[in-house]
Design a protein around this ligand. Structure first.
Ligand code: ADP
Ligand code: MG
Length: 226
């Protein structure tokens, strides 16, 4: 079943055409990774997909809520871990407190953070903060979880713990769209990969197809990781 679709999405900032004509589909249970050079429009694509930006033209079709995990965690600094996770489900989704707290605690357990529910973001490592932000996104019961470079603000030794969390979510068949510079990870975890270049989808396909592509800009981009 198709959970998400973008049709001919265009987005400019002033005279800068950031998304030129983006069409893509996400099937239930699939992992789609988006790779590409800095400035190619990946974050703008995710921001349009999750409603943080409005496209200039084109169509977005989604089933249910979507969640977004940011590069810089974006936790509320003055809220405890538990309140960061439970605030929107209670206030925005108007769900019952007991049910939301129970789900939040289950998610914290899954993230290995059961003992930190009363901590504040500044008391946590970057990896722990990112795990809280993943729990926060999941507590909204999104149909799809979007990640914008979830490990790029982390020290290399903390990257692995976040990639493991995302691998575990993939094993649970959570539908995900992941912008990442972790090429080995993208290759292992993805059903499909999109290579973006200058606001367009330049290459797309299975990991095997994409990594074997002889698209010049794509090879140049991958060369930076060797
Ligand atoms: P990526 O995530 O692939 O690095 P972005 O989507 O962040 O790319 O940015 C693509 C281009 O759009 C960049 O040149 C960036 O400076 C520009 N851009 C992004 N957001 C805005 C904005 N709100 N206003 C003006 N320019 C923006
Ligand atoms: Mg970006």
């Amino acid at each position: 079943m198709k959970l998400f679709e973008m049709k001919h999405i265009k987005k400019s900032f002033g005279s800068l055409e950031v998304l030129k004509d983006i069409s893509l589909e996400v099937e239930e249970g699939e992992v789609l990774s988006i790779i590409g050079p800095s400035g190619s429009g990946k974050s703008t694509l995710l921001r349009c997909a999750t409603g943080l930006e409005t496209p200039d033209s084109g169509e977005i079709i989604k089933q249910g809520d979507v969640g977004l995990v940011f590069q810089n965690f974006n936790l509320f600094p003055h809220f405890s871990v538990l309140k960061n996770i439970t605030d929107a489900p209670i206030k925005v989704q108007k769900r019952k407190k007991d049910e939301v707290y129970a789900q939040a605690r289950k998610l914290l357990k899954q993230m290995g953070l059961s003992d930190r529910e009363n901590a504040y973001p500044f008391q946590l490592s970057g990896g722990q903060q990112q795990r809280v932000s993943i729990a926060r996104a999941l507590c909204m019961n999104p149909k799809i979880l979007f990640f914008d470079e979830p490990t790029s603000a982390l020290d290399p030794e903390l990257t692995g713990e976040i990639l493991k969390v995302i691998r575990d979510l993939a094993a649970e068949h959570i539908t995900m769209v992941i912008v990442t510079h972790e090429m080995t990870f993208a290759r292992d975890i993805s059903d499909h990969i999109i290579f973006m270049d200058k606001g367009l989808i330049a290459v797309e396909g299975t990991p095997q197809e994409v990594f074997a592509s002889d698209h010049v800009r794509m090879k140049e981009f991958l060369g930076k990781f060797h």
